[in-house]
Design a binder for this molecule. Structure first.
Ligand SMILES: Nc1ncnc2c1ncn2[C@@H]1O[C@H](COP(=O)(O)OP(=O)(O)OP(=O)(O)O)[C@@H](O)[C@H]1O
Length: 234
């Protein structure tokens, strides 16, 4: 669903991403770890076509992102680290607006409320102004937009930064439910605990290169912190 082949991004002489190969399938929750500047956000930005690759290619659902930017956007939903919504509107009104933009038509109130309930925002919360929302609640609205859009892939940049442990656990549940429905999830994080609890696959990046890949049961059996530090010190 999300595929990078030989994906490289250079800024002048600096290589931000160096020949990355990734193949993330529906149902995967792929957590990309790495120090500041390792190339995680660059990877997400390439999938979103915010920047163009220097070499290599990026595909979403078998379609090249650079050649077909509009078509590929339809299959993907993105939740940035700073979750922006209109503060003076309610959560429900924000969902109506952003889901409407994504779909090209407005959804009825009952459907919007059902989506809000699905992500854990009850009717009282749905009708509150977003300026009263926590970061976790704002993220839920964006997950609801992704559900409304029936996105096949979900991209997230540092989703648990600034979330308390309860909100982070709730967020992990939402990601797992999306993956169970066949969505491919790619998330960057500095939160090793979140990665260990949530990921079905983990990649560790260092200076633009993928230096470690873990899958399934390996993740639970590995001391992720020691492995991570070992790579950072090497
Ligand atoms: N527009 C740009 N011009 C020049 N260099 C850039 C640009 N954008 C990113 N870089 C460089 O590319 C490298 C990778 O950056 P990136 O933002 O992908 O790192 P990251 O792993 O997401 O880090 P963080 O954990 O801090 O978010 C860094 O060395 C960064 O300075």
């Amino acid at each position: 669903m999300l595929r990078a082949s030989g994906l490289t991004k250079r800024y002048g002489a600096h290589t931000a991403l160096d020949r990355l190969d990734l193949d993330i399938r529906g149902g995967d929750i792929y957590c990309l770890l790495g120090a500041n500047g390792a190339g995680k956000t660059t990877t997400i930005n390439l999938f979103l076509n915010f920047i163009a690759p220097t070499e290599g290619s990026v595909e979403i659902n078998g379609t090249d992102v650079t050649r077909h930017p509009v078509a590929t956007k339809q299959d993907v939903a993105y939740i940035p680290e700073q979750v922006t919504l209109y503060g003076t509107l309610s959560g429900l009104e924000n969902l109506r607006f952003f889901a409407g933009l994504a779909l090209g038509h407005e959804l009825p109130r009952e459907r919007l409320l059902a989506l809000m309930t699905e992500v854990g925002l009850d009717h009282a919360a749905a009708d509150k102004r977003v300026s009263m929302y926590s970061k976790g609640m704002r993220q839920k609205v964006w997950i609801a937009v992704a559900l409304a859009k029936q996105a096949k892939a979900l991209l997230l940049d540092e989703p648990t930064s600034g979330l308390d442990p309860h909100a982070a656990a709730e967020f992990s549940d939402l990601l797992r439910r999306a993956a169970d429905r066949g969505v491919a999830v790619l998330t960057t994080t500095h939160d090793l605990f979140h990665a260990q609890q949530t990921a079905t696959r983990v990649g560790i990046m260092k200076r633009g290169r993928l230096v470690e890949s873990l899958e399934g049961a390996q993740i639970g059996q590995t001391d992720l912190q020691s492995l991570y530090l070992q790579h950072m010190r090497a």
